[in-house]
Write a protein that binds this ligand. Structure first.
Ligand SMILES: [Zn+2]
Length: 240
């Protein structure tokens, strides 16, 4: 709505016709200018654009050293790529191993993720661990001191891990631009809101930052199933 300044009113508060025309023309001109710029080119609002949030489910898997791959699959064996992961430096291998718990319970198809790392680590959902008879802690990837081990069995041999079986702590990968957008820094905690038939807020999502990373939340199969993530309407990452 456009208000007329007092100086634009004539005697007795009435507007002269030419003044009214001038005001109306000015309003129309502004509106037309706005429409044309909106139609041809969105006016650029300074500030960061909303990054594309992806939430992926980490099913049980392991990261192995080349030495462990050698013992399970034969000396010099190279893992083969089944598919790239969203963070394209990593891949799901065609190869799987069996994992055996303390009471000889077995999960036969533990997927290996490549490339090889400099330590062995198995990431299970709590449901997997319970079925194996293992009590596992929630840990950030790489923090495996004092965690339980398990027996891995491959086609050419087996390896008794002394440690390294964890439930991976829910976390979000992001680059520094994403961190600036959300106003967070490494090791901060965020909340993941999931909208749908099983609305859920997963709290305490650990922020991990690396310039090479795309924005991606990782949760395990228990967490994803609890909120029926694959059928969710919307996900949102919020700073608590
Ligand atoms: Zn991750």
């Amino acid at each position: 709505m456009t208000m007329l300044a007092p100086s634009q009113t004539g005697p007795n508060g009435r507007l002269a016709r030419d003044q009214i025309e001038a005001v109306v023309r000015a309003v129309l001109a502004r509106r037309l200018a706005g429409e044309s710029s909106a139609g041809l080119q969105r006016s650029v609002t300074p500030g960061p654009t909303k990054p594309n949030l992806v939430v992926n489910i980490s099913a049980r898997h392991c990261h192995l050293t080349q030495k462990t791959v050698d013992r399970l699959f034969g000396p010099g064996y190279q893992l083969t790529k089944m598919r790239s992961l969203y963070q394209e430096t990593d891949f799901a291998a065609n190869e799987t191993v069996a994992i055996v718990g303390p009471r000889r319970r077995v999960i036969p198809d533990l997927r290996i993720l490549g490339p090889c790392r400099d330590f062995d680590q198995v990431e299970l959902a709590l449901t997997d661990a319970i079925s194996l008879g293992l009590e596992i802690p929630v840990r950030l990837s790489g923090d495996i001191e004092g965690t339980p081990g398990a027996l891995l069995v491959g086609p050419k041999g087996s390896v008794e891990l002394e440690k390294g079986v964890i439930r991976a702590e829910r976390h979000v990968h992001m680059n520094p631009d994403h961190a600036a957008y959300y106003g967070v820094k490494p090791l901060d905690r965020m909340n993941l809101r999931v909208y749908g038939r099983c609305p859920t807020t997963l709290e305490g999502v650990l922020v991990r930052v690396n310039p090479a990373w795309k924005l991606e939340v990782h949760i395990d199969t228990d967490e994803a199933n609890a909120c029926d993530l694959t059928r969710a309407d919307k996900v949102e990452l919020v700073k608590p």
